[in-house]
Design a protein around this ligand. Structure first.
Ligand code: GDP
Ligand code: MG
Length: 162
């Protein structure tokens, strides 16, 4: 079976936009993967001739108090089922306390974890990105799901991890 990358992070950070950028419309085949519920959708992805499965999580609308628990559960599920995990944070907002909590959970993972900052549409946004090293998940990869900026470098790192 092809390796699975789970994409996790707070609502509205740009997970689905990034996933759509990676799979492209023609690759957007929704798969019937065991354990995938309505809020976890798996797609076929292809980069540099290698196929992998991309699981986009989210879909729930938790209240402010429930969000941290919901995202921690999402991260635990990803750690149990995926071959590698991509934590997405909003590069225009920086790391929030919820991001820090989920990063703490993911640091326990025995699977590789990658970190990316979305909504970095141009060079002006790059200055804030170095601060994300403090999440303890290695190099923060700046990307724009909207424009595609940085997505190639991110995918190279993903393939190295898978
Ligand atoms: P999700 O809830 O994490 O899946 O986030 P979405 O992909 O649905 O995006 C949430 C909002 O952020 C939408 O209004 C997107 O258009 C916007 N957004 C997502 N990616 C980018 C990006 O790279 N740049 C900018 N400027 N906006 C983005
Ligand atoms: Mg989404």
């Amino acid at each position: 079976a092809q390796p699975v990358l789970a994409v996790v992070g707070r609502p509205n950070v740009g997970k689905s936009t990034l996933v759509n950028r990676i799979i492209g419309r023609r690759e957007a085949v929704v798969q019937d993967v065991p354990g995938v519920t309505r809020d976890r959708v798996a797609y076929d992805a292809l980069w540099n001739g290698r196929r992998f499965t991309l699981v986009d999580t989210g879909g729930w609308t938790p209240d402010a108090k429930g969000m941290q628990a919901a995202i921690s559960a999402q991260a635990e599920t990803a750690m149990a089922t995926a071959d590698a995990i991509l934590l997405v944070v909003d590069g225009q907002v920086g790391a929030t306390s919820v991001d820090e909590a989920v990063a703490r959970t993911l640091r326990r993972s025995d699977r590789p974890v990658l970190l990316c900052a979305t909504k970095v549409d141009d060079e002006r946004g790059l200055g804030e990105i170095a601060a994300l090293w403090r999440l303890g998940l290695g190099e923060p990869h700046p990307v724009s799901g909207l424009h595609g900026r940085g997505s190639g470098d991110l995918l190279d790192a993903v393939l190295e991890a898978l």
